[in-house]
Design a binder for this molecule. Sequence first.
Ligand SMILES: [Zn+2]
Length: 150
Amino acid sequence: MKPKIHYVNSYRDIPANIPTANDPTMQGLSIPKTGDIYAIKGKTTAGYLQHEIYHVKKNHPTKPRDYRDFISQEINASYFAYRNVKQPKRILMELRAIFNDVTANIYNVTPRQAMIAIHAILNKLDIPNGWSNDYKRLVAEYNRAYARSK
Ligand SMILES: [Zn+2]
């Protein structure tokens, strides 16, 4: 799909028939089926925009059957953004969101399965220092929350 980027002044300018369009906290919005991407001036970051462009170009489904494909899509979209515009420099919030999505919100895999898959995907990429530090932080959080006490 070819991305069609619409620059708007406010989230209010996103057509109201689009689900979740009426959200003042949104960073931007993309509709994978049509390729439409709404970028809000002064709010949508270059990194966010590139991330969404990658999803549209690759025709990523909103919910792939395999959670590992979901993780791969999300990390690779941000990696594409990083290579193009050097954003995002940090990825901890995104890694936490991915972890929560695959263990609870969208899929139902174990925390251990989620961590193994995240590691496998990051390991294939030449990630910047900020990202590897954030990955280490995620591992530390995981160990604190799930490791059995010794
Ligand atoms: Zn994404």
